[in-house]
Design a protein around this ligand. Structure first.
Ligand code: TEU
Length: 549
């Protein structure tokens, strides 16, 4: 069966975290005006779809992932006029806009919840998940219990994330109609699609099973995600909100194993176009969770991509990401952000754009931004980090060790302001203090510096984006790992009737000899990350792509 060809498979996504992108008003917080200022920069890079983390009204308990009004813009980000101007600017440059849709939960400050909590007979009561008795104990993502006691009606509500993010009750048809209606509101304004936050969680297990708090990934997969009515809801959403528009969707899919993938994105299912799969995101979590550092192994990393490729076949599609606003900087996590920062950033660029799937580039990746290590907890802003700290402190745990974990895995690693130039606060804001400190490495690592250097990471991305566009083999071609699952090398072949490409990526500070595949001399070099590419072996973090003649 031939794979269906379509625009969103051929596109590249660029994710903007608006709070940290660019401040145009001088209040220390990024905003829509800042995005407008940088549209030429993004068009020049060559990306197709801008995905914006939430820009709706929000009290910002979780930086906008707690929405109090789905039809208005967050005060610090601007007004609806700014939104309209931004959308026009995006379309004028031939790009598209993807909004973040956060409908597993709302903010507790949304008027639905304000009503809902008033009394058991309030018309909005069933918009959320309420229980009269203390329910079975479930862990929340941000620490503590997922059930919260609420005084006014003497009962408990569910919040898988913070207690200011109550979970919506999708069993209630009125809730579903509200969601479809707000989706149509934005689609009618002309947006081109949605990235759907924790969408596999919307159908709850109403038998409320007991869980083992020590195995969080298992709870996510078996209890929180993939609930009994999930696919019925997604199908209904497709019919009632999406089918009439030429738009695209990508579901954030933690807890979805490869064998369930095509239930979400199989073409015949009419649910979602793509999902972000998560297997590789947990490889370096220890038994104590994300801040419990453990090593990752390239063989497992490759295994994740191999399994998804096999599981989806010609039937479904994924979006490929190596970092986003929730996970460490890709070069700090999968590369070497010290001596080989440039080389490893370019190697990862090749991987991101050279697998089968729609690549998603997180802001700042194109300039080689890295993790940050703030010396004090006072400098951190993320609710997940702050809650973990408070919990560890209360339990008398080793706080130095936790800080080391935060340096490696904390979400603020990717939320420091984008480094535009070497002026104060990296040119992000004219305010004295941005909402979160700038990474102190901005004098060396910034957009101005990469734009001034023809060999920079930025232009490498630009070149790769062009290559992917010009070579459909890079997009639709088949994929096969050819390195025998080596622990240092990731080598694979992509091919179709138009061509055959060999990708070689040396994930190591050591040289790599004896490359698998045809002799290098028999092939044509397409791109590589070292200036001189004639050597018969790969040097530290060297990556090359060849075309077979
Ligand atoms: O993330 C969901 C999710 O699974 C993350 O909580 C992830 O596991 C975690 O960040 C790892 O530490 C989405 C959003 O992307 C995230 O920013 C939100 O905080 C969360 O949902 C709640 O809306």
């Amino acid at each position: 069966m031939a794979m269906k060809q379509t625009w969103w498979k051929e596109s590249v996504i660029y994710q903007i975290y608006p709070r940290s992108f660019k401040d145009s008003t001088g209040d220390g917080v990024g905003d829509l005006g800042g995005i407008i200022e940088k549209l030429d920069y993004l068009a020049d890079l060559g990306v197709d779809i801008l995905w914006l983390s939430p820009i709706y009204k929000s009290p910002n308990d979780d930086n906008g992932y707690d929405i109090s009004d789905y039809r208005n813009i967050m005060t610090e980000f601007g007004q609806m006029e700014d939104f309209d101007r931004m959308l026009e600017g995006i379309h004028a440059r031939g790009m598209k806009l993807m909004m973040d849709l956060v409908v597993n939960h709302s903010s507790d400050e949304h008027h639905w919840f304000q009503e809902s909590r008033k009394s058991k007979d309030n018309p909005y009561r069933d918009y959320y998940m309420w229980r009269d008795e203390k329910p079975v104990s479930w862990p929340s993502f941000f620490g503590g219990e997922a059930w919260e006691y609420d005084e006014p009606s003497d009962s408990y509500y569910l919040h898988l994330f913070s207690k200011k993010q109550p979970d919506l009750n999708w069993e209630n048809p009125k809730v579903r109609e509200e969601v479809y209606s707000l989706m149509r509101f934005w689609l009618d304004k002309g947006v081109d699609g949605f990235r759907m936050d924790v969408i596999p969680f919307i159908s709850k297990r109403l038998d409320w099973p007991e869980v083992d708090w020590n195995d969080f990934p298992k709870i996510v997969e078996e209890i929180y995600a993939n609930g009994p009515r999930l696919h019925e809801f997604l199908h209904e959403m497709h019919n009632k909100a999406l089918a009439d528009y030429n738009v695209t969707t990508v579901g954030e899919a933690p807890g979805v194993p490869p064998q369930l993938g095509n239930l979400y994105v199989g073409e015949s299912r009419k649910e979602l176009d793509m999902i972000f799969h998560f297997g590789h995101m947990f490889l370096d979590w220890g038994p104590g969770g994300k801040f419990d550092i453990s090593d990752w192994d390239l063989r497992d990393f490759k295994g994740v991509f191999n399994e998804w490729y096999e599981a989806l076949g010609e039937e479904g599609w994924v979006s490929i990401f190596l970092d986003n606003h929730d996970f460490p900087r890709l070069v700090s996590r999968w590369g070497n952000d010290g001596e080989y920062r440039e080389q490893s950033a370019k190697l990862l660029a090749i991987l991101l754009l050279g697998l089968r799937g729609t690549p998603s580039i997180y802001q700042g990746t194109e300039i080689g931004m890295t993790n940050v290590a703030f010396p004090s907890i006072e400098d951190y802003r993320d609710i997940e980090t702050i809650n973990a700290w408070a919990e560890a402190k209360a339990q008398g745990q080793d706080l130095d060790q936790l800080l080391a974990g935060i340096h490696k895995q904390g979400r603020d690693n990717v939320r420091t302001p984008v480094q535009w130039d070497d002026s104060a606060n990296a040119g992000f804001t004219s305010a004295e203090e941005p909402w979160i400190k700038v990474n102190p490495n901005y004098p060396q690592i910034n957009a101005q510096a990469v734009l001034d250097d023809q060999n920079s990471i930025f232009y490498f991305y630009q070149q790769l984006l062009r290559l992917r566009k010009e070579n459909k083999t890079w997009i639709y071609g088949e994929y096969e790992m050819i390195d025998g699952n080596d622990e240092q090398l990731y080598a694979y072949r992509r091919w179709d009737e138009e061509g055959e490409y060999y990708f070689y990526l040396n994930f190591s500070d050591q040289d790599y000899h004896n490359l698998p595949g045809p002799t290098l001399a028999s092939m044509e070099l397409i791109i590589g990350n070292y200036p001189d590419q004639s050597s018969g072996h790969l040097r530290a973090w060297e990556a090359r792509v060849y075309r077979a003649k």
